[in-house]
Design a protein. Structure first.
Length: 155
């Protein structure tokens, strides 16, 4: 339902992820509940892998597991974004993306509902950029290029 609501309210294609989904510029994949989501880089296309691995620090899905796979598969081509949320999930994974040469972004405190997750990454020095929610989209377009996102945009 969450993915469907987002799909209806934004210009990007949004869907709940399934194992084997292709990573396509301009498409948003939402991890289904009680699963972890990872990415796998393949010669012809990169895909999503859903797993039932054990919870990580009490979380499933865990942002750390996703970010760890992004760092391993995409290294310096990765962009990790950690947004509002409780606790520290995602901070270590964002550090792995930074360590692999990727770009890391954390949402600013003043634009967060709950500053826990971004705060943990910022305090550890893992966030290369700190941006407000209202500038996040433009920041990502600037990093990734508008021309890469245009083909998947809805009309």
């Amino acid at each position: 339902m969450f993915a469907q609501r987002l799909d209806e309210s934004c210009a990007l294609d949004v869907k709940e992820a399934q194992s084997g989904d292709l990573l396509i510029a301009g498409r948003v994949l939402i991890c289904p509940g009680d699963r972890h989501i990872k990415v796998r880089r393949m010669p012809l296309a990169s895909t999503v892998v859903l797993t039932h691995e054990a919870r990580l620090n009490g979380h499933r899905p865990s942002a750390d597991i996703l970010f760890r796979s992004v760092a391993a598969e995409f290294a310096n081509r990765a962009v990790g974004v950690l947004m509002t949320g409780m606790g520290e999930d995602g901070a270590a994974g964002l550090g792995m993306i930074k360590g692999a040469g990727g770009t890391t972004i954390a949402q600013s405190e003043e634009s967060c509902v709950v500053f826990g997750m971004p705060k943990a990454a910022i305090e550890r020095g893992y966030a290369m950029r700190i941006v407000s929610l209202d500038t996040l989209a433009n920041t990502l377009v600037g990093l990734c290029g508008a021309e890469r996102m245009a083909p998947a945009m809805k009309v």
